[in-house]
Design a protein around this ligand. Structure first.
Ligand SMILES: *Cc1c(COP(=O)(O)O)cnc(C)c1O
Length: 373
């Protein structure tokens, strides 16, 4: 069994719940807040995170794969709505429908197959359709969407519950692509609703919630902001941090003459420096790209990483600590309230999402949950 000697990853489920409520509060009246729990809830553990969201009132969950959907269905039972964002595998339609999962379909052929296969088996087949409103990733092309609208028989046979689309630039509020996508989505929604008046609409991810009420529609789909990533890069973070990561120090050493540190001898430290080598490296999700730039946190201050991040260890310059502080030091934090996932992402040239989804599996994971609501 692993224990905190391998590093302690603390996941604050109370903060996840509060973030869910605060994002819900941001929504226009009549819009409800769903939650994206794909990729094991962005690496934080869907088995713990999803029930916490459920306790805070969430009933609309989005996962990436059918396997994630099936395991979520087992955890949460039949009452919640589970949408699989990357569709349905050809041949797995009936498994998907029988698990009560709503696949997001992006081609006309996929929709035809889904309807035909489920109809033949007599299985209810609610589905979601995703249109490409300008991101040019997943989504029905305008040509397929036109064909869909012209196919009255298919529209009658299909049980399309949700129309969704995804924003490419929601984290840049001034980006003209947002308005273009909004306009395209509204147009597609109006056309589909003349045929299927019941269909619900969903456009906003975390950052999309902050673009204004016209982006909210029926269901919002935040992921990252639930987990503490700032949905407003460059402005103060409206959500609470969720993760803390503390690494045990396995060696402290005094450097008596100037030395080069770590693989490739990329960085030097001056004579008289103190170094701490912590357990935890790139195999644990401490991205190697932050070597020489990242930092840890101890005794109320940032302490620079030195040299490259190794597979299992990372070295910090702790010369700034007093003798007393240094002697007492046992752990160094690399994610906390001060050193946020967004800050760390900046050192590694990436985004907070990748920091979270890279978090390793050798840490001892502690879940903090507040009082049940
Ligand atoms: C991942 C994902 C989301 C959540 O995005 P965040 O930026 O993490 O809030 C929403 N919708 C789709 C289609 C996604 O793939």
């Amino acid at each position: 069994m692993s224990d905190s000697r391998e590093g302690l990853l603390t996941i604050d489920l109370q903060a996840v719940g509060e973030n869910y409520l605060s994002l819900s509060d941001h929504l226009a009246p009549g819009s409800r807040c769903g939650a994206v729990v794909k990729a094991d809830a962005y690496g934080l553990g869907m088995a713990q995170v999803a029930p916490a969201l459920y306790r805070h009132g969430c009933r609309d969950f989005f996962v990436a794969t059918q396997a994630e959907g099936e395991s979520l269905r087992k955890q949460l039972g039949g009452e919640v709505c589970i949408v699989v964002l990357t569709g349905v595998r050809a041949g797995a339609e009936l498994e998907c429908a029988r698990a009560g999962l709503i696949p997001t379909l992006f081609t006309l052929q996929q929709l035809r197959d889904w309807v035909a296969i489920c109809e033949r088996a007599g299985v209810a087949a609610p589905c979601a359709v995703k249109v490409d409103s300008g991101m040019t990733r997943l989504g029905m092309t305008p040509e397929d969407f036109d064909l869909l609208l012209a196919d009255r028989a298919l529209l009658r046979a299909a049980d399309i519950r949700l129309l969704l689309s995804h924003l490419a630039c929601a984290d840049e509020p001034g980006h003209p692509q947002n308005e273009i996508q909004l306009r395209n989505f509204n147009r597609a929604a109006a056309r589909l609703r003349t045929e299927c008046p019941q269909v619900q609409l969903s456009l906003a991810n975390s950052s999309g919630i902050f673009l204004g009420e016209e982006y909210h529609f029926d269901v919002a789909r935040p992921g990252s902001a639930l987990y503490g990533v700032n949905p407003l890069p460059g402005s103060s973070n409206p959500v609470r941090p969720v993760v803390e990561l503390s690494l045990p120090i396995v060696q402290k050493r005094h450097v008596s003459s100037a030395q080069m540190v770590g693989y490739g001898a990329t960085q030097s430290v001056a004579a008289g420096s103190w170094l701490a080598v912590a357990r935890g490296g790139y195999a644990d999700g401490i991205l190697r790209a932050q070597g020489g730039q990242g930092c840890g946190w101890a005794c109320g201050r940032r302490l620079p990483m030195v040299g490259r991040v190794s597979m299992d260890s990372t070295t910090f310059d702790i010369s700034a600590l007093s003798d007393r502080e240094r002697d007492a030091l046992e752990n160094i934090e690399i994610l906390n309230r001060e050193v946020t996932v967004d800050e760390v992402a900046g050192y590694a040239g990436t985004i907070g999402y990748e920091i979270l989804t890279s978090l390793g599996h050798r840490y001892y994971r502690r879940y903090k949950s507040g009082a049940a609501i």
